[in-house]
Design a protein around this ligand. Structure first.
Ligand SMILES: Nc1nc2c(ncn2[C@@H]2O[C@H](COP(=O)(O)OP(=O)(O)O)[C@@H](O)[C@H]2O)c(=O)[nH]1
Ligand SMILES: [Mg+2]
Length: 307
């Protein structure tokens, strides 16, 4: 399948660096004489950096075994063991880019709770695709809040994307359907569907999301080519629970981790992959159109632990 977004976007060099401050400063020091206390400290630091319990236990177990076998000596060895294990966890994230259609419009569905950065991320992704020479339509499948529709329309105007809205109070699934019809008729390459923010605990809204997904599947074979959940990197383990809840309604293919510029807890990337097997594909690094990066495991690990 052809892929979009293959060209790596990278802008903020220091993005992941603060993970180290939280996670590993003490560990580096402690690793000289690695003992139970140092192990506890490592565990604490990884949890504080949002690695989550399963990944943290996996990493500390591995470190402990390596120390016991005598294959790790000093902090450099410990860091090496962590790097290898994290690389293993993140291995499935290695394929860069987003799936796209062989022919006809490519469809991306963007989901997530309110305020996480969905609409902004839709605009950023659309902007980059347009810069790459694709034609893009953004559809506001949010028929509840007029403000949300206006916000997306403003972005669409700015970046030169086609824009489609539904009737106020209408059926969001109908908006998705109309968008696909219009995109086919106009020969648009990529359709981005921005959905209304919903609390993952709200059953009616989650059912509505399933309906949007079903309509898209029926209308275009192979669509949606990506269902991306947008997460706010600053909310920590709560983001992990959002993935769990949305997974029950739609088949998530990837994560857009927004607001990473405001978070020091990049371990969330490892937690999400370890616990749900869903890769972080894009990272939001600010409020502007250019503030988007492709996620790359090798750069992440190097930024966290040094080369
Ligand atoms: N610092 C920062 N702010 C962001 C980022 N993405 C979105 N925002 C801000 O988060 C707020 C909510 O974004 P919005 O796209 O409206 O969220 P939505 O409700 O999920 O659609 C806005 O003020 C955005 O400017 C990001 O990557 N970094
Ligand atoms: Mg929105």
């Amino acid at each position: 399948m052809p892929r979009l977004f293959k060209k790596k976007l990278e802008r903020k060099k220091g993005l992941w660096r603060r993970v180290v401050d939280l996670a590993l400063t003490d560990v580096r020091v402690a690793a000289g004489g690695f003992d139970t206390k140092a192990l506890e400290m490592l565990e604490e630091r990884l949890l504080a950096a949002d690695f989550g319990v399963p990944a943290t236990l996996r990493l500390t177990d591995r470190a402990e075994q390596a120390v016991r076998r005598g294959t790790v000596r000093g902090s450099a060895g410990l860091v090496q063991s962590l790097k290898e294990e994290i690389a293993e966890i993140l291995a499935p994230t290695a394929e860069s880019g987003l799936n796209s259609a062989e022919s006809g419009p490519t469809v991306y569905l963007m989901v997530g709770v309110n305020g996480v950065g969905k609409t902004t991320s839709v605009a950023k992704v659309a902007h980059h695709l347009i810069q790459d020479g694709h034609t893009v339509m953004v559809a506001a499948a949010d028929t509840y809040r007029a403000g949300a529709v206006a916000q997306l329309e403003m972005w669409a105007d700015r970046i030169g994307a086609d824009f489609l809205r539904g009737q106020q109070g209408g059926d969001p699934a109908a908006v998705a359907f109309d968008a696909l019809e219009a995109a086919e008729a106009r020969g648009i390459d990529v359709v981005l569907i921005d959905t209304a923010g919903r609390l993952h605990t709200h059953r009616g809204l989650m059912a509505e999301l399933t309906k949007i997904d079903r309509v898209v599947r029926r209308r275009i074979e192979g669509a949606p080519h990506e269902t991306l959940i947008v997460l706010d990197a600053t909310v920590g383990q709560n983001a992990v629970r959002q993935v769990e809840a949305f997974s029950k309604s739609v088949q998530l293919s990837g994560i857009v981790l927004a607001k990473m510029d405001s978070s020091a807890r990049g371990g969330i990337v490892v937690a999400l992959q370890q616990e749900y097997g869903i890769p972080v594909k894009l990272v939001g690094t600010g409020e502007g159109l250019e503030d988007l990066e492709s996620f790359d495991a090798t750069s992440f690990i190097e930024a966290v632990f040094g080369p």
